[in-house]
Design a protein around this ligand. Sequence first.
Ligand code: BTN
Length: 325
Amino acid sequence: MQSEIRKELLDAFTSAGDAFLSGQHLAEIIGCSRTAVWKHIEELRKEGFELEAVRNKGYRILKTPEKVTADEVRLGLTTNFIGRNIHYVESVESTQKIAHHYASENAPEGTVIIAEEQMSGRGRMARKWHSPKYTGIWMSMILRPNIPLSNAPQLTLLAAVAIVQAIEEMTDLIPEIKWPNDILINGKKVTGILTELQAEADRIHSIIIGIGINVNQKKEDFPLELQEIATSLFIEEGETLSRAELIRTIFKEFEKLYTLYLDQGFLPIKILWEGYAGSIGKFIKARTLNYTIEGKALGITNDGVLQLEDRTGTIHHIYSADIEI
Ligand code: BTN
């Protein structure tokens, strides 16, 4: 975990932009000695940051490492609570597992666990999630909303909207949401979201939102069985993206929507979600474990349940299924 001094140092560089910050000035705003500042600057260099040091001017950051360490994500972060507390791990079984641990240790709301790779990434319906090193975003966010248990799926839908908005902000791509919470580009999956709960009776202790985004993988980086159904932002856009910047943009969009949600409820989020959902108003096939229903997707309920109208006019409520458009 990042030390408070390191956090303040990176916030100071964020506010300064391209300007130099003198060692003396940094020591004053952070409230430590110049030697301590120097020690932290050296730590940043070891992590891969390139810092320019000019006599009588001070320091400025020239280049950041292509990793998603807490320091790298922190530099340029504008949120108030989402992503203010980051646990970074190079390699991990699943960030969900670590998030559950920190959630039960009272980690503050907005805490995020980020990994460079996952050895046993978990997907929905007990599927595996392919999470190779340095190419994607594999992270889990801890939330502590005061909402009834039945409303928890709303936060998965909120996360999907935030990610779509962040992708739109950073690329020319047009992502769409496939119910319940896959994000597709040109018909292939680029993002998956897995929401897990720690709750007791009807009280939520924490909601853990796991987000997996294929960012810089090339086609051959995907196992053969995924190559026709999965894609990455790099494959679709043709350019390498900064994962740290995408994470910051997601945090910003997520915090905005989450604050709106806590203030005004699910309706504004639902409207946005339906606007991004490719299937609403279209004829689709919903394959559940036991049967398949064909019909027109009318929208979602407040619990995130899909409403499907079949040819006889009967409206079905779909809780869990694979959708074919
Ligand atoms: C899906 O099946 O579509 C959901 C995939 C969710 C993957 C993310 S990656 C970060 C977090 N850790 C995990 O083990 N899974 C989620």
